[in-house]
Design a protein. Structure first.
Length: 773
DNA sequence: ACTGTCTGTCATGAT
DNA sequence: TTATCATGACAGACA
């Protein structure tokens, strides 16, 4: 729990930084107006504070384009930037990992990540990106750099998890500070109110719960968001669902970007397409957005389609962030899945599995993981195969899409929103049927099959594990309580517990009870023999073998199927005389040879006599002059010395050696059994731990897969979006059947002929297979 | 009487 | 070689 809290705290800080670096401010403001407190708190607070710098950067940058800093132009700017960095981020989708988060936290704020993550999208900064070519001022570049960094964070899952109830006062204070800084920028203070935060936390809790119970919130969140999207929390500007101005500004920004893009790239073959578009998290694929953005943005280059400001996109952004937050919680400790080529540019995988973006999820759907089942529904074949209510969402260039906004947006079916645009080819040229599947390589069949199996396994293992955890908590107490309660004759044992071995089941239990205070955890060191006749003197201090006894109880308690504690306790009446302390053994003196019959002087003599072992009786019969304890436990030298002191017959010596041998073997057997039991218990614990780990890893894997799917869908939509905006010299769109975008390792985006792209895709597809072999 | 468990003992191998 | 230990197998005691 502590680790989780720590992680959440760190995540919050990371997320703060992240958001500050992202240009999501305006969008976030939109979210602020929503009824989704957690986002408002987590996102807005930090972002607004850190965005201050970003904000000014943006302003400076935007000034060059005549965008008013306080106007809705910011929205446009951010939208444009988001698109660019989305495209830019196409080549660095990565599985979020905790390790990476840490790395990001300590990362140089400069944003020069290329060294540590060569293939990351940050490489774009150094690459011949759009900005570089166009020679925009440094401000832009910096902001983009930061944004790229933040995007990386997001891509890597660095988004802070919902803090929920664990939000510490420091966190709140930090957020408060950040918000205060941001108030100047127009961010509504009410959003930062603690009450809001409480609500947010509640929602966060739901989100976290969703991590295990898998998302029941989306619909509500979407509705709430939809209701409140209309007001910009920071600027206070009303933001109607169909805000014409907003798109215009956004369009302008985009237009500028694209213009730069065009200037950079002649849009011929191999034309370089520096994709610097905003963060992925921020820009959950906005199927709606494209139309609106295109609308006015790309006037010279693109045929714009009109659409209102994209509410759906914002909603999706929100959902994306929330998803990542929720994901973060569960993936806090995961590093395993990160083995997937982290920096592997999408170019590597981009066209590996064209038109098969979703089929991998079949196994997921089949998985019956309880907690995740609902999430799986997002990717379930049925859902994915469902006809998108508004296919236009996937077709940015279709002007008529805007009209369908409400229908789609109103839908609570997330699956529909995240629906991959694979089927849209008919409606739009840009939405080519050959849309590559950049992430297909990450979701290979084997991986998914494994997940399916793990899902099945987890169902079996998870609950038992939890149960065992609870049982372990009871464990220590249960053993003692059972033990003490079980010894009905403890009182009777008190009479002769110091020196007598138990003669019956009752006395034996007394022995065990007395031993409870003196037994040594490590192995049986004592020895006591069965008693057949009364001999109080000789009776060796019978010390019950508490450890083994308790362990049996424990084990049986943990798993009733293995051992039934009660039945075992019934058998406790046996002579559990292990681990007798050497001192107790020494206390037993030589038995008076004549006391073969019950001594009337000692009441317990009867019982004790019965407790005598066969060897003891034999020894007495043979008139062995020393106790069996000594015979057995004395060191060899002392034992030999002892033997030398007496004139013993051959029969006596033989008996003594047998007694010693048997006695030692007896203890050895006890130790052996104890070890065996310990081994079993340890194995049991190991199994439980492994089951827990397995369940945890499976959850993490599921989360990763989910995020991967989302990112893949983002990529698809962005691909279509970007591709759809590309125009050749004549202003005509490129045919997706003839051209394709390809991402290179340095972050640049190339427009290459489809044939070449397919060829490269095939080539890269073989590599992983070869590696496997 | 039967059964399961615990325990002691033996045989055997290892140290 | 002897002593000791470890362990499987067996049998007796016990509930």
């Amino acid at each position: 729990m502590l680790s989780l809290k720590k992680y959440l705290t760190e995540g919050l800080l990371q997320f703060t930084i992240l958001l500050s670096l992202i240009g999501v401010r305006v969008d976030v403001d939109t979210y602020l107006t929503s009824q989704l407190p957690p986002l408002r708190e987590i996102i807005l607070g930090p972002s607004s504070a850190y965005t201050q710098t970003q904000f000014h950067n943006l302003r400076n940058t935007l000034d060059g384009y005549g965008i008013h800093p306080k106007s809705i132009d910011l929205d446009n700017y951010f939208t444009a930037r988001r698109l660019l960095s989305q495209v830019r981020a196409l080549d660095r989708f990565q599985v979020p990992t905790t390790e990476v988060n840490a790395w990001l936290v300590h990362r140089d704020p400069e944003g020069s990540v290329s060294g540590s993550q060569p293939s990351s999208g940050l490489a774009l900064e150094s690459s011949s990106g759009l900005q570089d070519v166009t020679g925009t001022d440094n401000g832009v570049r910096e902001s983009e750099t930061e944004q790229g960094f933040s995007e990386d964070l997001e891509d890597l899952g660095a988004v802070a998890p919902p803090v929920s109830g664990d939000l510490t006062k420091e966190d709140i204070d930090l957020i408060d500070i950040l918000w205060r800084q941001d108030i100047d920028l127009g961010a509504g203070r009410e959003i930062f109110d603690y009450s809001h935060r409480q609500k947010e936390q509640d929602v966060d809790k739901e989100l976290q719960d969703g991590a295990e119970q898998e998302d029941t919130w989306p619909g509500e969140g979407a509705e709430a968001l939809a209701r409140n999207l209309l007001v910009d929390g920071e600027t206070g500007e009303s933001f109607p669902a169909q805000v014409p101005g907003g798109e215009d500004q956004t369009a302008l920004s985009l237009e500028e970007c694209l213009r730069l893009l065009e200037a950079t790239c002649p849009f011929g073959e191999n034309a370089e397409f520096p994709a610097d578009i905003a963060s992925l998290t921020e820009a959950v694929p906005s199927e709606r957005e494209p139309p609106g953005l295109q609308n006015n943005l790309l006037s010279p280059l693109l045929t714009g389609t009109e659409s209102p400001f994209d509410l759906e996109q914002q909603w999706q952004d929100l959902m994306s962030i929330m998803e990542m937050q929720a994901m973060e919680v569960n993936t806090s400790t995961s590093e395993i899945l990160y083995s997937a080529p982290p920096g592997d540019p999408l170019s590597t995988n981009y066209s590996l599995a064209p038109n098969t973006p979703i089929n991998q999820n079949v196994s997921l759907h089949q998985a019956s993981l309880g907690g995740c089942s609902q999430d799986f529904s997002l990717f379930s074949p049925e859902v994915e195969s469902l006809p998108v209510a508004d296919s236009s969402t996937l077709l940015p260039l279709v002007p008529s899409n805007s009209t369908n906004l409400n229908s789609t947006f109103g839908s609570t079916n997330l699956a529909g929103l995240f629906f991959p645009p694979q089927l849209n080819g008919t409606a739009n040229d840009t939405a080519g049927p050959e849309l590559p599947d950049p992430l297909g390589g990450l979701l290979d069949e084997a991986m998914l099959d494994e997940i399916s199996l793990m899902d099945l396994a987890i169902e079996e293992g998870f609950n038992p594990v939890q149960a065992s955890q609870l049982e372990e908590e009871f464990d220590s107490d249960s053993g003692l309580s059972l033990d003490s309660s079980h010894s009905p004759s403890s009182l009777s044992s008190s009479e002769g517990s110091s020196s007598s071995s138990s003669s019956s089941s009752s006395s034996s239990s007394s022995a065990s009870s007395s031993a409870s205070s003196s037994f040594s955890e490590e192995g049986a060191v004592g020895y006591s023999s069965d008693s057949e006749t009364l001999d109080l003197e000789e009776a060796e201090g019978a010390v019950g073998y508490q450890p083994e006894y308790s362990k049996f109880c424990r084990m049986s308690y943990q798993d009733p199927s293995q051992l039934s504690c009660l039945p075992y306790l019934e058998h406790v009446g046996h002579n559990h005389t292990y681990n007798m302390a050497p001192s107790a053994l020494d206390s037993a003196d030589l038995p008076p040879p004549g006391t073969l019959k019950k001594g009337s002087k000692e009441k317990q003599a009867d019982f004790l006599d019965k407790q005598m072992s066969r060897d003891e009786h034999r020894a007495r019969a043979m008139k062995i002059p020393f106790t069996n304890d000594k015979i057995i436990n004395l060191p060899v030298e002392e034992f030999n010395e002892l033997l030398s002191k007496y004139q013993l017959s051959e029969a006596q010596l033989s008996l003594i050696r047998d007694i010693r041998r048997r006695g030692k073997n007896k203890m050895a057997a006890q130790n052996c059994r104890k070890r065996k039991l310990d081994t079993i218990l340890n194995l049991e614990r190991d199994v439980e731990d492994l089951q827990r780990d397995k369940a945890r890893l499976l959850r993490e894997k599921v989360e990763f897969l989910r995020s991967l799917r989302q990112m893949k869908q983002k990529v698809q939509s962005l691909y279509q979006e970007v591709f759809g905006r590309l125009r050749d010299e004549n202003g005509r769109p490129y045919s997706p059947s003839q051209y394709a975008l390809q991402y290179t390792g340095d972050g640049s985006v190339l427009l290459i002929p489809r044939a070449l792209a397919d060829q490269q895709a095939r080539r890269q597809e073989r590599k992983p297979k070869d590696r496997r072999k």
